[in-house]
Design a protein around this ligand. Structure first.
Ligand code: HXC
Length: 519
């Protein structure tokens, strides 16, 4: 018998209610008691009120093994759809750990990779909120379709639309890999872990007894592996960080980030820089203070803050325009660069370049860290990633040398030949291949050996070398530096350069399938 409209609508409402109940009301309540939001609550908190439009709400797995035919859940453990963040259209999904552990079977995976493709075709950002045990074990090799499809779509989206992932519970196996393919990972401390294989496998294969936190907790990924970009206190903080991060990013690689007027004059002098940065190169300072002094409203959004702390990367605005900052930090290890610092910076440079965000470097590093540990750790491989990324990038790039810029730091932090458009130096800048003392030892070895008073001669030669080479005026005379600027003019000069460069075009380059980034 044909149902009435009232019966048909009641049938739809009943099905939707089952989907909204996730694994069960009891499991959802358990999730809340653990201090977490449920998948649907996360989506609601992420998107502008009432803007979420759900897709594939009633999709179910088709697996019949391991008693699965009696364990059907409409939606299959992931809430997918689109909505708005600050009025901007985004695609979003949230995995529901109350349904089969949030595991990614064929249908669950298909829902995500269809959404990812839709985001790419529509040129809108993707936000994924992860809470999953990875590939659904009961579905066997059917996982190839679900999970590998997700991995492939993340890769195809890379550099086309921003992809941000929140890790809001345990995230294992293929689910962890899909997060690693995103542009940014925001991880919730205490309640989330991110790993390829869990503690049980570490125990079985290696006899290694390890806690989930030691294997993939926030602290480990934020400080040691560098996998996590931002650390959140809880689920709501994670969502707030994602929303804030998105303000610095455009909808896609075809746009620029929106300008935000901060009411901070572009020509504001910054005399406090003279107090922040000691002119004595032997004394250190925290580069964060310099960043805070020159950017709009002192507002800096740092990413990967706990990893490779000798290198600072993050977003700010200058004259209202988003800019990516890459800066040495003399407060950490005297600012020496190393392999981790190079990889951190390279990844950030590529992210900014993909999304049309101009780059600014603040330089003060005595060199790359020498020694066996760095060379064995692949310093050349890692340093090369950064050099490659600078030249390949086409966005406007400005560098400002505050004090030291020696040796490998010269190409790694910004000169014209590596792709920088404008290079500024403070009067305190020392720019040279090697510092004075080692240079004199190498150049004057015979002369020093023959001298009656080798110490006095060495001092004299060091002073001569310093006067000749270690001033920014040597670099300015060779046009390596475009202008030697007073520190208080730094903000005004950078903003003026960025405004000049905002419609920069780059000449065609030789055709290639893609470059071969030294991975
Ligand atoms: C199916 C899973 C699952 C999975 C968890 N569950 N992971 N079901 N497939 N991958 C289910 C559990 O059976 C359980 O169901 C519920 O989720 C909660 O799991 P618990 O183990 O009770 O929770 P917890 O103690 O919090 O531990 C969470 C966990 C653990 C650390 C994620 O479940 C775990 O180690 N799962 C396996 C992780 C893993 O090895 N994944 C890799 C898969 S391979 P009930 O009904 O009992 O509550 C992969 C490679 C992809 O991803 C390659 C591409 C094709």
């Amino acid at each position: 018998m044909t149902p009435s409209w009232a019966e048909a609508l009641a049938g739809l409402a009943a099905r939707e209610a089952v989907a909204r109940a996730g694994g069960s009301e009891a499991r959802l309540e358990e999730q809340r008691r653990a201090g977490k939001l449920t998948a649907r609550e996360r989506i609601e908190a992420l998107l502008d009120r009432g803007s979420f439009v759900e897709t594939n709400m009633l999709a179910e797995h088709q697996c019949r093994d391991f008693g699965m035919e009696t364990r059907k859940f409409p939606g299959d453990g992931v809430v997918t759809g689109h909505g708005r963040i600050d009025g901007r259209c985004v695609c979003a999904y949230a995995e529901d750990v109350t349904v089969l552990g949030g595991s990614t079977g064929r249908v669950h995976g298909t829902k995500i990779h269809t959404l990812l493709r839709r985001a790419r075709e529509s040129r809108v950002p993707v936000i994924g909120l992860h809470d999953s045990g990875g590939a659904r074990i009961q579905e066997g090799m059917d996982n190839v379709y679900g999970m590998t499809g997700v991995l492939a779509e993340f890769t195809l989206n890379s550099g086309v639309v921003p992809q941000i992932v929140g890790i809001m519970g345990t995230c294992a196996g293929g689910a962890a890999y899909s997060a690693a393919l995103a542009d940014f990972i925001v991880q919730v401390e205490n309640t989330s872990q991110l790993f390829v294989t869990g503690p049980a496998l570490a125990d079985e294969v290696l006899g290694e007894h390890v806690t989930p936190d030691a294997l993939g907790g926030c602290d480990m990924h934020a400080r040691r592996s560098g996998v996590t970009h931002l650390v959140a206190r809880d689920d709501r903080d994670c969502i707030a960080l994602i929303r804030r991060l998105l303000t610095y990013l455009p909808q896609s690689n075809r746009q620029r980030p929106a300008a935000v007027e901060a009411g901070d004059p572009a020509d504001r002098p910054v005399p406090e820089l003279l107090d922040i940065v000691p002119i004595d190169p032997g004394r250190n300072y925290d580069m964060h203070a310099v960043v805070g002094a020159i950017v709009d409203g002192g507002e800096f959004f740092e990413t990967q803050e706990g990893f490779a702390r000798n290198m600072i990367v993050g977003f700010a605005r200058m004259g209202g325009q988003a800019v990516g900052l890459v800066a040495n930090n003399p407060a950490v290890g005297d600012g020496y660069m190393d392999g981790d610092a190079a990889v951190k910076a390279a990844r950030f440079v590529r992210t900014c370049d993909a999304f049309n965000i101009p780059l600014l470097t603040l330089v003060d590093a005595p060199g790359f860290l020498p020694g066996v540990a760095q060379e064995q750790g692949g310093l050349l491989r890692h340093g090369a990633k950064l050099l490659h990324s600078w030249t390949e990038s086409t966005v406007p790039k400005v560098s400002c040398v505050l004090r030291k810029m020696y040796g490998g730091v010269i190409p790694a932090m910004g000169v014209h030949e590596i792709g920088f458009d404008q290079v500024f130096a403070w009067p305190s800048a020392e720019m040279q291949m090697v510092r004075a003392e080692p240079a004199v030892k190498i150049l004057c070895r015979k002369e020093l050996a023959a001298a009656a008073d080798s110490c006095a001669l060495q001092l004299q030669r060091v002073r001569e070398y310093q006067d000749l080479y270690l001033t920014p005026y040597h670099s300015a005379s060779l046009a390596v530096v475009d202008a030697v600027i007073a520190p208080q003019d730094t903000r005004a000069r950078i903003i003026s350069a960025l405004r000049l460069l905002q419609d920069k075009t780059v000449a065609d380059r030789a055709w290639r399938k893609h470059s071969n980034l030294p991975l």
